[in-house]
Write a new protein. Structure first.
Lengths: 397, 404
């Protein structure tokens, strides 16, 4: 199995998803070797790890700034700020180098199939397939269409890598029907080649007993309801629509605060948008939060909202419910396929979004009912189920 | 001797449109969705008329003409009748024609097909009176037998209804109250003297209403011969077989293509082949058969879902919140003396609004989803509560007007 990142050395959801799936597959008797581009530190799992930066291969260390959500443009931008870099010139070269290592790995290892996660590892997957003539499964966690939120902004190189991976694969796994549809519509992949395996969530990853956020508790004591967004602050996430909806909702009910947790390239623009509308006093930007702080803020919020323009899955919605906070999710998300006990909205329908926010903050009975039932649904979204599905795909090829 | 007692429920709620917070105080009507979707009451009643009411009435009329022994009962909600008057008078005339034969009994219920007995005896009584007046106006009949919304029933309801002078009341023949007893006899409700209780034979009723077109059912396809055999098997150990079901079973829940209309047109003839079978209306059953025993039902039962209790309408916090908020407005609404507000408020007491908010999809799922015109129970709740807020706003502004 080829991955790009792995907890605790991960920047986003990709590593978490790989870990959940890999563990559950091993639990179900799969003998698994997990390949990562670089050894960042020790990882304790009941299966073997191989790092591509083995000495006999001329792979230069991949910098930790290489995150799966980076676009090439941003990579170049990051690189330019780091004088003395002697590494690969572009992200694509790192990807190509990973593929080169994969080729030699495939020659030396004994395995039945190759499973690779997202475009950064598809080159490696294809290379291993070519050398070994073993089946290759390409799992798509997100497409370039999702990341850019706009077909015109798509990076053609990334797009091509995604497409060639999906075309070369014997089978494609997508994390949702939503993503499957993207692959069919924009990449021309045959629907019959794509199987959907929804992500799971592992409750043990979270600090469900953590104490509540004191600052927000004080606001709540003053009668405010706390609406939370948590995730990257990028175009894909639709936070600009949330700001517009918030503005509408605040015209009806002034006792709402919106907490925007995370960082990203749209952070400044979102703050500007909030200021322009004169609602800065109703917005809080705590920045990027880690583990315990995240759990605390999930728990303290009254409502979580994920207004994504394009969301292949949307783990945060499940995380929020695990912490006992009900959710509004955009219909343009994979998670809305597995979560029924939520309010659902088209990301562009700001009036409906505002209306849903108002209903949720006004009626505790609505929040309680959504949370009670939603939590039960989240428990059903486990990695064992995902691994079972994966296993049956393995057996089918 | 076994008598077959057929009763069909005819009801359509006034579904609430997608009423937003931003509509509160906007002087909007609540039930006038004009979209192509399933909230457009006018469109729906036209559709159901075409698919179910008119064709089924036609079948029943010819059955009445061909079989002098055939008879049955209807229960209409006041809401469905007023919507017939408003949108499809032709359908109302077709029902009137059936009742005019003198062999179709009309039952009593709450005008608004409401859950009012659970929350306000005053309102419950008002809605029964409104209903019986409507039946008198449209059919020239005074109902003698009462059936509560969705066959919701317990001892205290029977006592209340007895005091109003009705001779009978209907309920679900739920296993957990019948225990070893048979639903195929007339019973006497615990704590009453005169009123009789008729219990739905839910197996035979649901064979038609729910399982008729279920291809996974071992008895599928259901033929009149098969069904008549089951009925005949009761002969000798049961006096009255109560087949109670939604009228929309015919053509709406079970589509015409399933053969449901053929089934219905052949059924009376097939049942009458057995010399000991005949048909009775609920009041005839009560007059003919004496109660065999007292039946003690202290807890509420109903004909809904596998639980046969109140959980379809009142199992989650949202549903309980919505209905208690609604009934908090009862006094101020009456005090306002505003007929328009009263009518709107009463239309919100209809059980369907709370049914749409039910979240126990996963246990007993599909039926609720099938009957829910909203995307989710949460949306149903939102629009209901927004309407309620608007109603409160109207009450307040009207009061202000009066004071000024």
């Amino acid at each position: 199995m080829f991955g790009w990142e792995y907890p605790p050395f991960n920047s986003g959801g990709l590593g978490v998803a790989c870990q959940g799936l890999a563990r559950a597959l091993v639990n179900q008797g799969v003998e698994l070797t997990f390949v990562l581009p670089k050894n960042h530190g020790s990882i304790k799992e009941p299966f073997k790890f191989i790092y591509a930066d083995i000495p006999n291969v001329k792979l230069i260390e991949i910098n930790s700034s290489l995150m799966p959500y980076l676009t090439s443009e941003k990579y170049r931008h990051l690189r330019s700020n780091q004088p003395g870099w002697i590494y690969a010139n572009t992200l694509y070269e790192e990807v190509a180098r990973y593929a080169a290592v994969a080729k030699s790995l495939a020659n030396s290892l004994d395995f039945d199939l190759v499973h690779a996660h997202d475009w950064l590892t598809f080159g490696a997957g294809i290379a291993a397939q070519e050398v070994s003539h073993k089946p290759f499964i390409a799992q798509v966690h997100a497409t370039e269409i999702d990341r850019t939120g706009n077909i015109d902004l798509v990076n053609p190189h990334v797009f091509d890598l995604e497409k060639s991976g999906a075309l070369a694969a014997n089978k494609v796994i997508s994390v949702s029907n939503f993503t499957k549809q993207n692959l069919v519509n924009h990449y021309g992949i045959s629907a019959s080649k794509i199987d959907v395996v929804h992500n799971g969530v592992d409750p043990d990853r979270y600090y469900l007993d953590v104490s509540l956020d004191e600052g927000l508790i004080n606001l709540k004591k003053l009668g405010y309801k706390v609406v939370l967004y948590l995730g990257r602050i990028t175009l894909q996430k639709g936070i600009d629509y949330l700001v517009k909806a918030a503005d509408l909702a605040l015209k009806v009910d002034k006792k709402i605060v919106f907490v925007i947790v995370g960082s990203g390239d749209m952070e400044g623009e979102i703050m500007r948008l909030v200021a322009e509308r004169g609602i800065s006093d109703k917005f809080i930007f705590p920045g990027f939060l880690r583990e315990k702080e995240r759990s605390s803020i999930y728990k303290t919020a009254d409502l979580f909202i994920m207004p994504s323009v394009s969301e292949p899955f949307g783990l945060t919605a499940l995380e929020s419910l695990l912490h006992g906070t009900p959710v509004i999710i955009s219909k343009q998300s994979g998670v809305s396929e597995v979560l029924h006990h939520a309010l659902k909205v088209d990301f562009w329908d700001i009036e409906e979004m505002a209306d849903q926010i108002l209903s949720a903050v006004n009626h505790s009975s609505l929040r309680k009912t959504m949370t009670q039932n939603g939590k039960k649904e989240v428990i059903m979204c486990n990695w064992d189920k995902a691994a079972q599905k994966c296993l049956s795909i393995y057996k089918s090829i | 001797m076994s008598s077959i007692c057929l009763y069909f429920q005819v009801h359509q709620p006034r579904r609430i449109k997608r009423f937003k917070h931003f509509n509160i105080g906007d002087n909007q009507y609540y039930f006038d969705d004009a979209s192509d979707g399933n909230l457009n009451n006018k469109k729906l009643i036209n559709k159901v008329s075409k698919k179910c009411y008119l064709p089924t009435n036609k079948v029943l009329l010819s059955l009445l003409q061909n079989h002098p022994e055939f008879k049955f009962a209807f229960s209409f909600s006041g809401l469905v009748l007023e919507q017939f008057e408003e949108y499809v008078p032709k359908t109302l005339r077709s029902f009137q024609e059936l009742v005019k034969t003198g062999r179709v009994e009309v039952l009593s219920e709450t005008y608004y097909h409401s859950l009012s007995f659970l929350h306000s005896r005053n309102e419950f009584l008002s809605q029964i009176k409104l209903h019986d007046q409507k039946i008198k106006d449209l059919f020239g009949i005074t109902p003698k037998v009462f059936r509560n919304t969705e066959l919701i029933y317990n001892n205290s309801l029977a006592r209340f209804i007895e005091k109003l002078g009705y001779i009978g009341i209907l309920a679900e023949g739920a296993d957990h109250v019948l225990d070893w007893r048979s639903p195929n006899f007339v019973y006497s409700p615990y704590g009453t003297k005169k009123i009789s209780l008729l219990l739905k034979n839910y197996r035979l009723s649901d064979d038609i209403a729910f399982r008729f077109s279920d291809s996974t059912w071992k008895h599928h396809p259901l033929t009149v011969e098969k069904f008549a055999n089951w009925v005949n098997a009761i002969n000798g150990n049961g006096e009255v077989i109560n087949l109670f079901m939604d009228y929309e079973t015919f053509g709406e829940h079970q589509w015409a293509a399933t053969g449901i209309f053929d089934f219905l047109s052949l059924l009376p003839g097939e049942l009458l082949k057995h010399p000991d079978n005949d048909f009775v209306t609920p009041s005839e059953a009560i007059k003919r058969y004496k109660p065999v025993a007292k039946l003690n039902i202290p807890k509420f039962i109903s004909w809904a879902d596998v639980e046969r209790d109140l959980s379809a309408w009142l199992s989650n916090e949202m549903q309980r919140d919505a209905i208690s908020q609604l009934f908090k407005l009862e006094k101020p609404i009456y005090a306002s003396n505003n007929q328009e507000l009263l009518k709107a408020w009463q239309s919100l007491t209809t059980s369907d609004h709370f049914y749409y908010m039910c979240t126990k999809w996963f246990a007993d799922g599909d039926v609720h989803k099938y009957f829910n015109p909203y995307d989710s129970p949460y949306d149903a709740f939102r629009y209901f509560m927004n309407v309620l807020a608007d109603l409160k706003f109207r009450l307040k502004t009207q009061n202000k007007l009066k004071i000024n």
